[in-house]
Design a protein around this ligand. Structure first.
Ligand code: SF4
Ligand code: SF4
Ligand code: SF4
Length: 384
């Protein structure tokens, strides 16, 4: 029988009754407003509140949750992963991570995309024009590929910023730092990281994150998403270069991307299923960029690794803390005897959040220094 502390509280149950329908309704209005009102752009104004669009309010609530949580974590200065009271303070790694999340979200993902354009627009800040939001937030391919076209058209590399970011900046970052992009920087990851340290979020990660062999096999879904993303990207290039008229194919692919991948998987399941599958279901099974990073990680010289030591007592808390469902304890001990097997991006979908390290009450885990695990003499095998 589940422990009393593991059962959902009445308040959480009430929250759950409203949460999923609210997420579904909100994303529908955000991404498909024409399903509710006519095709006249002026009809979209019916969804504006105080003159601001649903997109603005969506990002405001999203950012408020992240920023509020980061401020709470940083000011209370407690180790939010540790369940015993033994190891109290926020580690320097977590302090840096939550500071990065706070600044990146507030400036990079809120001020620039949601506040600055409003300050510059005609008619004033509280007078957003009617506009349907882009349905590409989670897939990245469309804006990246489309920006290549813009760069060629304008003769300016700056216009190809999306492509430079996706095809150069991220692979280089992975080359040096592993997949920490996902726990320090990404807008989707920022919400997962923030919710994952809240009291309910911690339980969602610990109790409901899919783990084990079936969960591992299901990672194939992410490869399918990557293959789709690559195919869609190629078709966009072909269409942009007018090599043949691919309009019908593009429309069909766009519809699949918009509805199945971006809306249903990335938004409704990716956020709405936090209380059912933990906070990283999209990151582990959907995000094609994560698949791409893992691919780059296999060939890069990244020294990223989580390293167990001989203090492991086989308590298994590290596995429960991992939002990506990695069986961390299987690398740390066998039958409660330390085995000291390091793992990194080559072996697992680890995003370097550090939760497993901070939850361990006996300090049996650490990150390998960026300077190298090949030289550390650690065994590295693939288990997860
Ligand atoms: S897996 Fe994808 S969505 Fe998740 S944090 Fe990484 S880049 Fe962002
Ligand atoms: S590394 Fe720490 S938390 Fe994980 S099994 Fe060993 S003692 Fe337990
Ligand atoms: S293995 Fe540890 S650092 Fe990696 S994602 Fe899981 S909890 Fe985070």
């Amino acid at each position: 029988m589940a422990k009393k502390s593991d059962q959902r509280t009445p308040a959480e149950k009430i929250f759950l009754v409203f949460f999923f329908p609210a997420v579904l309704a909100f994303y529908l209005i955000y991404k498909y407003p024409n399903w509710f009102v006519g095709n006249d752009p002026q009809d979209l104004l019916k969804f504006h509140f105080l003159g601001k669009s649903p997109g603005f309010w969506y990002n405001t609530i999203y950012t408020a949750i992240i920023v509020g949580t980061c401020i709470w974590v940083l000011t209370t200065d407690k180790n939010r992963y540790q369940r015993s009271k033994k190891k109290g303070g926020l580690s320097s790694y977590q302090r840096k991570k939550f500071t990065s999340i706070l600044l990146v979200q507030l400036i990079g993902f809120y001020f620039f995309p949601s506040v600055l354009p409003g300050l510059k627009q005609e008619g004033g800040f509280f007078n957003d024009p009617p506009k349907i939001s882009a349905k590409t937030a989670h897939v990245y391919v469309y804006p990246a590929v489309a920006s290549v076209g813009k760069g060629i058209e304008n003769g300016s590399p700056a216009s190809a910023g999306g492509a430079i970011y996706m095809f150069l900046v991220i692979p280089v970052a992975v080359w040096f730092f592993g997949k920490r992009y996902c726990s320090w920087f990404c807008a989707c990851g920022n919400l997962a990281e923030a919710v994952g340290v809240l009291p309910w979020g911690q339980r969602w990660v610990r109790l409901y994150t899919p783990r084990g062999p079936t969960a591992k096999k299901l990672e194939i879904i992410q490869v399918i998403c990557l293959v789709f993303a690559i195919f869609f990207g190629i078709m966009l290039v072909v269409d942009g270069l007018k090599l043949f008229t691919a309009t019908t194919t593009i429309s069909a692919l766009s519809a699949i991307q918009d509805f199945v991948i971006d809306f249903m998987f990335g938004a409704v399941i990716g956020v709405g299923a936090y209380p059912i599958f933990g906070t990283r279901v999209w990151c582990r099974y959907g995000c094609p960029m994560a698949s791409g990073m893992r691919l780059v990680g296999k060939f890069s010289r990244s020294k990223f690794a989580v390293v167990p030591n001989d203090k492991c007592k086989g308590l298994g808390l590290c596995t429960q803390a991992c939002p990506m469902g990695i069986d961390v304890a299987a690398y740390a001990h066998k039958d409660k005897k330390p085995i000291e097997v390091a793992f990194g991006l080559n072996d697992t979908p680890c995003i370097g959040c550090g939760g497993c390290i901070d939850v361990c009450p006996v300090d049996a885990l650490s990150f390998a220094p960026i300077s190298g695990r090949e030289n550390s003499g650690l065994a590295i095998v693939s288990k997860d």
